[in-house]
Structure formats: structure tokens, C-alpha cells
Design a binder for this molecule. Structure first.
Ligand code: XMP
Length: 504
């Protein structure tokens, strides 16, 4: 499948979102650095993203205008992209008197294709400081904001610029604007999960041949879809599931059952004693993480033996992040997906990443189309180090048992009451210091349990969820009455930032 739309990335935090929106509208889009434009083939359209720079900066990122013109495809410049096009066509910009961030109203000036079906006065979302001073010859203004400044230009046939962000939901008719632009292409929408699945399956078969593919499974969405996909491709697979002793109540059995349901046989390695023995007495959070991370690699790779091919569930955002930014998130991901052993295998051409073109919601759709159970697809994120990050301080088997019981009550109640699917991630944590309580007329020192439920888009920020009091009361009563060793239940009402999602 050829990429239909190249989104040239000028560094906006929303660049990935443009790609997602275009795919949602059925066109296969990918993000590229502006420099790669001359190497791209068989495109149907080009979108220039927004970005933090000003076109008048000395080192402002550029576009190869000769190549862009020679391609003669429909072009959409968004924000910085529009300003860049304006400059290239010979127009001028001036720094805005005030930076414009947030909502504005769209005043449509010209009935062009770009604003077909878009409401006059509909809300648009701005995030820029430069404005257009003079128009290039032949260009016309398609829309303004309520202050009369141009927010959309047409440079020539099928070449448009918009100063607002159509990709964010705060631009109420943004989707329609993108759709109108896409209708200028001379190709039809080709991107859907079914077509993509067939393509990935074919690629897997070709790449794998008769080699055996080793992959790790955790029960999470990405590794589950990956293993099922390999299984559907009909190649030889060895899916390894490491029980690190830090999993939730019945998790091993549930993950096994989940795979059985889709006909995939997984190889469970019980390494729980090795992990828990190694963690004994350690209370430093980073040392705990290191012990678990290293032990996992040890157990996994020694169990896998000689690897012919190793598959991992790297997703498109991970690929973009590692390639285009030095953000904290990318460092974390790099740590997980690019550890030394994997780097060695990569150098030998032995790493397969069949999901690396897909976003998370597309991976879910792919899983759904292959019969992966909904409960697996909608599972909350669960950290690699498992319950270790929910057991701050020293980890003991006793504390883990208490935590498992409390977490099971929390999760099962959320599932039963329909709240689980409204929550992005729910966590139960056992706090390290005991607190006083009264049990059977005597003072008893027992553990406090903290419950946390958040909504988030990408884990970088999070807000706590207002679970109704009666449900919280039910959970608290069940934990206090049913879990030995707990005499206090807390509900965490901290946003991220400043708090993180996990306690450790
Ligand atoms: P924080 O606690 O940093 O968590 O707000 C953000 C997201 O990342 C998960 N998390 C981890 N995942 N290894 C992982 O694989 C880790 O060490 C780790 N720490 C946090 C967390 O559950 C949340 O989804």
C-alpha cells in the first residue's frame, strides 16, 4: 500500500494527530521530516504541519519548494506550514501584536471547496504568533478570524493554507476541512484495517520464511495483537510469558486463557522466586526497577536460546519519537525497546516490528478484526515492573498478597459497575508505613491501601476520575472487611503533574 499523504513535520505537538485524522478519513498518511520530501514516491497529497518556529527566524525549517512545485499535488499548509507557503509564494508575514492561542471564530470569506459544509462562526483552535502581512500574487483569502486577520489562504488550485489546527477537536469543523482537502486528491481512500492487515500478513510471511519467531507476551494489547498476528500469518512462533511474581491476582491464568481463546499456545516461565529473591531488602525505586529489568532480560533471553528472529510490538508513535525527538517519553521507550540484546539482534537483521506503522487505536482495531477478546483490547496499561511500582519501599510476599486482594476488589467492582471502561488506568498501591486502627477493641497497626483512577491521552498528563461515592464506599468496605492486614483505604485525588500516575 503506497503512502497517500506525506505529513511534513515542522515540530508541532499536533503533527502525529494530523496523521491520525487523515487515516481516520481513510487515507494512508505518514509523518516525514521536511528534508525527506525529494525521496518520497507515489504520493497523492502533502500536508505541511505546524511548528514552534517563526518563518522569519534565521534557522527556520524550510521546504524544498522546487520539488514541492514539481510534484504538483494538492498541498495543505497548517499554521507554520501556511506561513511557509505564503513566504515561498512571495508573500510577507509580520509578527502578531499578540500571540494567538486558543479558540477563535471562523469567518468564511470565500465559498471555496475547503470550507464546504463548514459552519460560519464555528470555533477554530489557534496556536501561533505570526500573521500574514501581504499576500502573494494570485493568492486569495478564504477565511478570517473575528478580528479580520486571514486564517486561511488559497495560493493556487488545490494549494491551501490554514492558520488554525484542523486536527484538534477544539476546531469544531476541523475534520470537515481536512475531508474537503482530501477530496481534492485524485485517489480514493485506501486505508482501512482489513486492507492493512492483509498487507502486514503478507510481509510477515515473506520476511519470516521458515524461521522461528520469538516474542514476549504480557497480556497487554500490543504484545497480544502481535502474537495473534504472527499466529494468523501461519509462521512458527515461540511466545514467551514471564511470570515475574509481580503480577495481579489470577493474571497468569487469565493471560493463558486469553491466548487459548484465539488459538495461540504460549510458553509460561515461572520466574517469580528469582525476581522476589533478588528484590529482597531493596527499597530504592530505581534499583528495584533495574533489578526487575535486568532479570527480565536474563530470564527471557536465556529461555529463548538461540534466536532466529525476534518480534516486538513497537508502535508508530515509538518510531516517530525515537526518530524525531529527544523527549523524556522517547528515552523511556528507547530503554524498553532498544536494550542492548535487541540492538544486537537488530544489527543482525533479526528484529521484526510488524506494528510499527500503526497507532494504538489501529492496533486495537486490528486485534478486534482477528478475534482478540475485548477485555484484552480494553485492558488498562500495566507497567513492566508490575506490582513493584505499586509497592513502594521494600517488597515482601505478604505485602504483594495484600495488594493483589485489594486490587482485585477495586478492579472487579469497576468492571461490574461499568466504570472500568471510562477510566484510562486504575491502580492500587500498598503504602509502606503502617497506620493505627482499632480491630476487636485493640489497637492494630496495618497497611493503608491507596486507590487511583485516571484519565489520560498519552500518560504525560492525567486527571483523576470522579468515581461516585457509593461505589468508592462499596470498594472501601469490601477491602476493609475482606482483606486481612488493611485498616485504611485512601482515594488519590492528585493530577499529573505534579503527581505521577504510579507511586514509584
Ligand atoms: P507515571 O507513573 O510515570 O506513569 O505517571 C506513566 C505510565 O507509565 C507506566 N509506567 C511504567 N511502565 N515501566 C513501564 O513499562 C515502568 O517502569 C513504568 N512506570 C510507570 C504507568 O503505569 C503509566 O501508564
Amino acid at each position: 500500500m503506497d503512502v497517500q499523504i506525506a505529513v511534513l513535520d515542522y515540530g508541532s505537538q499536533y503533527s502525529q494527530l494530523i496523521v491520525r485524522r487523515v487515516r481516520e478519513l481513510g487515507y494512508y498518511a505518514k509523518l516525514y521530516s521536511p528534508e525527506s520530501l525529494p525521496t518520497l514516491k507515489n504520493l497523492s497529497g502533502i500536508i505541511l504541519s505546524g511548528g514552534p518556529s517563526s518563518v522569519s527566524d534565521a534557522d527556520a525549517p524550510d521546504v524544498n519548494f522546487e520539488v514541492l512545485q514539481a510534484l504538483n499535488l494538492p498541498v495543505l499548509g497548517v499554521c507554520y506550514g501556511m506561513q511557509l507557503l505564503n513566504q515561498k509564494f512571495g508573500g510577507n508575514l509580520k509578527p502578531g501584536t499578540t500571540s494567538e492561542y486558543g479558540p477563535a471564530k471562523l469567518r468564511i470569506q470565500d465559498d471555496s471547496t475547503l470550507f464546504n459544509g463548514v459552519e460560519e462562526n464555528s470555533q477554530i483552535w489557534m496556536s501561533h504568533s505570526d500573521t500574514v502581512a501581504t499576500l502573494p500574487e494570485g493568492a486569495k483569502i478564504l477565511a478570517r478570524n473575528e478580528e479580520g486577520q486571514p486564517v486561511s489562504l488559497q495560493f493556487k488550485e488545490n494549494w491551501f493554507g490554514i492558520q488554525f489546527h484542523p486536527e484538534v477537536t477544539h476546531s469544531h469543523d476541523g475534520r470537515q476541512v481536512l475531508k474537503n482537502y482530501l477530496q481534492c486528491l485524485d485517489t480514493e481512500p485506501e486505508f482501512d484495517v482489513e486492507a492493512f492487515k492483509q498487507e502486514i500478513l503478507k510481509e510477515i510471511v515473506e520476511e519470516v520464511g521458515d524461521r522461528e519467531v520469538v516474542c514476549g507476551v504480557s497480556g497487554g494489547v500490543d504484545s497480544t495483537v502481535l502474537a495473534v498476528l504472527l499466529h494468523k500469518a501461519g509462521v512458527k512462533i515461540h511466545p514467551i510469558f514471564v511470570d515475574n511474581g509481580l503480577l495481579r491476582k489470577n493474571e497468569v491464568e487469565e493471560v493463558q486463557a486469553q491466548f487459548k481463546e484465539v488459538g495461540v499456545e504460549i510458553d509460561t516461565v515461572d520466574a517469580s522466586d528469582r525476581f522476589l529473591d533478588a528484590l529482597e531488602g531493596e527499597s530504592d525505586p530505581e534499583k528495584k526497577r533495574k533489578i526487575i529489568g535486568n532479570m527480565f532480560l536474563d530470564v527471557f533471553f536465556s529461555h529463548a536460546g538461540d534466536i532466529q528472529l525476534f518480534a516486538q510490538g513497537t508502535l508508530y508513535p515509538d518510531v516517530i519519537e525515537s526518530a524525531t525527538s529527544g523527549s523524556k517519553a522517547s528515552v523511556i521507550k528507547t530503554h524498553h525497546n532498544r536494550v542492548n540484546r535487541v540492538m544486537e539482534l537488530k544489527a543482525e537483521g533479526k528484529v521484526l516490528e510488524p506494528l510499527s506503522e500503526l497507532f494504538k487505536d489501529e492496533v486495537r482495531a486490528l486485534g478486534r478484526s482477528m478475534g482478540v477478546p475485548e477485555r484484552a483490547l480494553n485492558r488498562h496499561p500495566f507497567p513492566g515492573p508490575g506490582l513493584a511500582v505499586r509497592c513502594p519501599g521494600m517488597i515482601t510476599r505478604e505485602k504483594l498478597d495484600i495488594l493483589r486482594e485489594a486490587d482485585d476488589i477495586f478492579t472487579s467492582t469497576l468492571l461490574r459497575t461499568g466504570w472500568y471502561d471510562k477510566i484510562w488506568q486504575a491502580c492500587t498501591t500498598i503504602l509502606p508505613s503502617k497506620s493505627v486502627g482499632v480491630k476487636g477493641d485493640v489497637r492494630a497497626y496495618e497497611f493503608p491501601i491507596s486507590l487511583r483512577a485516571v484519565i489520560s491521552e498519552d500518560a504525560m498528563t492525567a486527571d483523576w476520575v470522579e468515581i461516585p461515592y457509593p461505589i468508592l464506599r462499596e470498594i472501601s468496605n469490601k477491602i476493609l472487611n475482606g482483606v486481612k492486614g488493611v485498616n485504611r483505604v485512601l482515594f488519590d485525588i492528585s493530577t499529573k503533574p505534579p503527581a505521577s500516575i504510579e507511586w514509584e
